[in-house]
Design a protein around this ligand. Sequence first.
Ligand code: IMP
Ligand code: MG
Length: 186
Amino acid sequence: MTTVEPKADGIARILITEEEIQDKVRELAAELDQQYHDGPPLMVGVLTGAVAFMTDLMRAMTVPVIVDFMAVSSYGAATQSSGVVRILKDLNDDIEGRRLLVVEDIVDSGLTLQYLLDVLRRRNPAEIQVVALLKKEKEGAIEVQVDRVGFSIPDEFVVGYGLDYAGRYRNLPYVAVLDEKAISGA
Ligand code: IMP
Ligand code: MG
């Protein structure tokens, strides 16, 4: 059966369908269940982009995880990483000696994740693992720890499934490329 997915206004083309995402989430969840069978992790979701992935991933897992969130500033309304990262919301609890599973929406330049991992490592967790739904195949991206990646994608600006452009499109159940006209405001 072919499912025709509705395209929202401003969307040029769907890159990863809802079904492909959900299959991948189940696959990653099974691997993570295996990895954490002897001790559930503290899942750290990076707001706001990781909400869709985080909530689907944790519900596809069977080990009793604990969840927490951090919010860092990244792009604002621009489509390029500035390298300036600020903590807007910190974790609720101490992470010393704990096993962390950082859940990210996308690794682009790697700067945001790099900064976040530096902050977390200084708090002496027992271990940090990183799972990102998307990783861009990008020239000049920095080497940053990502243990599991859902999909490698071309270096294009994408929205949906948590990812936004100027705060919008996070609610789309698929990952899509935005129409140039929507970006330029034309
Ligand atoms: P980085 O610091 O360049 O790796 O960017 C990381 C953050 O920028 C991600 O967590 C996203 O919030 C955002 N980001 C990067 N690429 C995209 C994109 O293509 N669409 C939407 N947001 C993005
Ligand atoms: Mg973002």
